[in-house]
Design a binder for this molecule. Structure first.
Ligand SMILES: Nc1ncnc2c1ncn2[C@@H]1O[C@H](COP(=O)(O)OP(=O)(O)O)[C@@H](O)[C@H]1O
Ligand SMILES: [Mg+2]
Length: 374
């Protein structure tokens, strides 16, 4: 998904204004200049791209972003002249040429842990380089469903009733924890690892035995597990938010998971044909409420740049529940985030321009802040 999103971003940056440098981070976390720019419209093409880069890794130029806040953001590019044994036996000297490359702004197009959770954002802060999207805190909160929901609630936003179970408590007292959940929420409930996304490790439990299986599964992914009452009569509405201190909300869209999936699970997201309805069919009042809540959710997690706020909407009770915010939403040209902006009057290339401006604005504003009393 990251490769597909990055293909779209790179393919749509105005060549008159930008001189983009693609950096590929491989599954082992190594940064390299890729052998070719990604052009992957499908998952199969993205997988092929990843295989390609793995095959040619030894001939690539490795990229390092040093944590040097005092200098303009500079990438170091290490190109090996010799391959194979000498590099293996003397790893300190395998970088035979070093070049520097100046960066004006970084656009992280990385979904999930390390990309969207504040860790790489921390590196950009250490290097003092402007970067697109949420900062360290907003990114970290956006990745942790347990903390995110606490913050939403503290800001008066409606969230579905939930509790957080630690893997340790679950291991120590399965029947006690299960009984408490059943008494408090009844069934069905959704069980999710606090971190992650893409519906990985998430299940819907309809009774006590499914609950135990669901918590066991979620516990394989995280030490914190969110258990949440299922919202009835649910429609899944999403709103794109853009901005720093004065964020704006797009028109809402709706996700309709393909009919053979029970909820918007991993298969529905990536394998089956789920429909995006843009704009969502809502009354003007409902649309206004979704946009208001989306901006409030973005502010609640200290978002900046961009964020896609996902709602669970009980259409019978006309009740909104803020479900989550994604700080690096899917960014292909057919993804919800940019499509909602297009429907609101901001096309894909203009959206990229705006995100880059916002990154630079935030960075510039931060430079004048005092960091001590001296
Ligand atoms: N409380 C809930 N009520 C009804 N459906 C839910 C609830 N929580 C999650 N779901 C379903 O599960 C999907 C994935 O859950 P979500 O919290 O969005 O996780 P992820 O971060 O993996 O997208 C949602 O899109 C929705 O279809
Ligand atoms: Mg989701």
């Amino acid at each position: 998904m990251s490769v597909r999103s990055a293909s779209s971003v790179l393919g749509n940056l105005d060549p008159e204004r930008y001189n983009p440098v693609a950096i590929y981070i491989d599954p082992q976390g190594r940064w390299i200049l890729p052998s070719r720019s990604p052009e992957a419209a499908t998952d199969a093409e993205a997988r092929e791209y990843v295989r390609d880069q793995a095959r040619s890794f030894r001939h690539r130029t490795e990229v390092v972003l040093p944590a040097r806040p005092d200098e303009d953001a500079t990438l170091l590019l290490f190109t090996r002249e010799t391959e194979g044994e000498s590099a293996e036996s003397d790893p300190g000297h395998n970088a035979s040429t070093v070049r520097q490359l100046h960066l004006d702004v970084v656009f992280p197009v990385l979904h999930g842990p390390y990309g969207e959770d504040g860790t790489i954002q921390g590196l950009f802060e250490m290097a003092n380089v402007p970067y697109v999207g949420a900062g360290v805190l907003g990114s970290a909160v956006g990745m942790d469903k347990a903390i995110m929901k606490v913050l939403f609630r503290a800001h008066g936003l409606p969230v579905a009733p939930f509790t957080v179970v630690s893997a340790r408590d679950w291991a120590r007292d399965r029947s006690g924890v299960a009984a408490q959940i059943a008494a408090r929420f009844g069934f069905p409930v959704f069980v999710k690892p606090a971190n992650l996304g893409s519906s990985v490790g998430i299940s819907k439990a309809k009774d006590a035995s499914e609950l135990a299986t669901a918590i066991d599964l979620a516990a394989q992914y995280d030490r914190k597990i969110v258990v949440e009452a299922a919202v009835p009569n649910v429609r899944e509405i999403e709103v794109s938010v853009l901005g720093n201190d004065l964020p704006e909300a797009s028109l809402p869209g709706e996700v309709v998971p393909s009919s053979d999936c029970e909820f918007y699970d991993y298969d529905a997201k990536y394998k089956k044909d789920s429909d995006l309805l843009i704009p969502a069919s809502l009354t003007p009042e409902q649309t206004a409420e979704a946009r208001r809540l989306a901006v409030a959710a973005f502010v609640a997690i200290d978002g900046s740049g961009m964020g896609r706020v996902d709602f669970l909407f009980d259409h019978v009770a006309d009740a909104w529940y803020v479900s989550e915010i994604n700080t690096i939403p899917g960014f292909t040209t057919i993804s919800m985030y940019p499509k909602l902006w297009a429907a609101t009057g901001l096309g894909y290339a203009a959206l990229l321009d705006r995100l880059i401006e916002l990154a630079i604005e935030r960075h510039t504003a931060k430079q004048v802040l005092r960091t001590s009393t001296a």
